[in-house]
Design a protein around this ligand. Structure first.
Ligand code: ADP
Ligand code: MG
Length: 393
């Protein structure tokens, strides 16, 4: 996805192995791979106790790892010249290891805090997931490290508990307030499936999403839009949703059924709040409708739901930016069956459902629309749903 790496660059797993052998003058005990993810539909529903439907990307972060005596962890990454090295004292003080090493120290912290005896380890990381584009390189890093440490230490760590631990690393150690979606997707997704996640009870269901059989693909386009005020806007949307739920007397907006939407809107004080609520309530319904269509194998028919989700984010939730709207409009005009922004908004990526043979033409049309508007050229990736975190042979 990120231009600049030559097409003939070594495979990410080979790069992780090379990073380990060059960095530590030894061979790793194993390699663990975790994917980036993209959310097919369900935006700003997570903190409203609602539904999301992510799937794993074919881009992966790979950790090559081996044991190290004592409670000591040494980590190298392709993105850094120097290794990060820490012991139990640093791991046990959230925030003490700063920068990218904090994501690794955070995993050690979350595991230790949950009572696991985390083995000392040396790790080397390589990744094809672009950092900071909203495709969850952070969760991929946490998931790969968590799984590596669990296997090296023979830890009894049920699959259903892993997302919470990885999320805790990011929330509690790094200090980034993220929901449970990223870590659930990266750890639990299956190839050829999307992950239907109920953010209230964290239950998951694997929904067949066989794009290949349908002759379709998902084109992911990094808008390259600078993230403008994203943190403050996110906080204000979240606060508006919580206030509205209070006014409506429900635990969360997830508890407003779409059939009761008009009555609920009548009870809200102003137009802005009404539009915020309408987005969340209709978006939850669109996730459920998408799941029903996918269960019935009617993949092309999800296109209009994706486009309706975009309109709702643009007009009601007001979280899109010109680059994003331009990309969606150009993709639809070039024949995409549906297109929407994915992620929290104010930048990040869009995804478009396209005929597998139309992917290049749609990408070209988006690039042309960008050039016409003078925007920084977008980067693109054609994706089929890939597996979640695994140990590599
Ligand atoms: P996103 O998850 O959308 O890619 P975040 O800001 O949540 O963006 O996470 C990006 C951060 O995660 C990076 O700035 C870096 O600190 C860390 N990170 C992710 N992947 C790697 C990697 N391969 N090597 C080192 N750090 C990484
Ligand atoms: Mg992240």
């Amino acid at each position: 996805m990120t231009p600049g790496r030559p097409a003939a660059a070594p495979d990410v797993a080979d790069r992780a192995t090379a990073g380990f052998s060059q960095g530590y003058d030894a061979q790793p005990a194993g390699r663990w791979a975790a994917p980036g993810r993209v959310n097919l539909i369900g935006e700003h529903t997570d903190y409203n106790d609602g539904f999301v439907l992510p799937f794993a990307l074919p881009l992966r972060t790979v950790v090559a790892a081996g044991p190290q005596p004592g409670e000591r962890w040494t980590v190298r990454s392709e993105i850094a010249d120097r290794p990060v090295d820490f012991g139990a004292a640093e791991a046990d003080s959230p925030g003490r290891v700063t920068g990218w090493g904090g994501y690794v120290a955070g995993v050690v912290w979350a595991l230790r805090e949950a009572g696991y005896a985390v083995p000392g380890a040396r790790l080397a990381i390589a990744s094809d997931v672009p950092l900071g584009s909203g495709l969850s390189s952070s969760a991929a890093l946490e998931a790969a490290v968590l799984t590596a440490l669990a296997d090296l230490g023979g830890l009894d760590l049920p699959a259903a508990h892993r997302p919470r631990l990885a999320q805790r690393a990011e929330n509690g150690y790094v200090g980034a307030p993220t929901g449970i979606m990223d870590q659930s997707a990266v750890l639990r997704c299956r190839a050829g499936h999307a992950l239907f996640l109920d953010c209230r009870d964290e239950s998951v269901e694997h929904i067949p999403f066989d794009l290949d059989a349908a002759g379709l693909a998902i084109l992911v386009i990094d808008s390259r839009a600078p993230h403008r005020h994203a943190d403050g806007e996110y906080a204000s949307r979240r606060a508006a949703c919580e206030r509205a739920a209070d006014l409506l007397g429900v635990p969360a907006l997830r508890d407003v059924p779409v059939a009761d939407l008009d009555a609920a809107l009548d009870r809200l004080p102003d137009d802005e709040t009404r539009r915020r609520v309408r987005h969340v309530v209709t978006e939850n319904q669109r996730v459920r409708d998408t799941v029903e269509l996918l269960r019935a194998g009617r993949v092309p028919e999800i296109g209009p739901l994706l486009t309706a989700s975009h309109a709702s984010m643009r007009d009601d939730f007001e979280i899109t930016v010109p680059e994003i709207d331009t990309a969606v409009e150009a993709a639809l005009a070039a024949g995409a069956l549906g297109a929407r922004m994915t992620g929290g908004g104010f930048g990040g990526c869009i995804l478009a459902l396209v005929g597998a043979d139309r992917s290049d033409a749609v990408a070209t049309a988006v690039r042309a629309a960008y050039a016409e508007r003078g925007f920084t050229a977008p980067t693109t990736l054609t994706a089929l749903p890939a597996p979640g975190t695994t140990r590599l042979p």
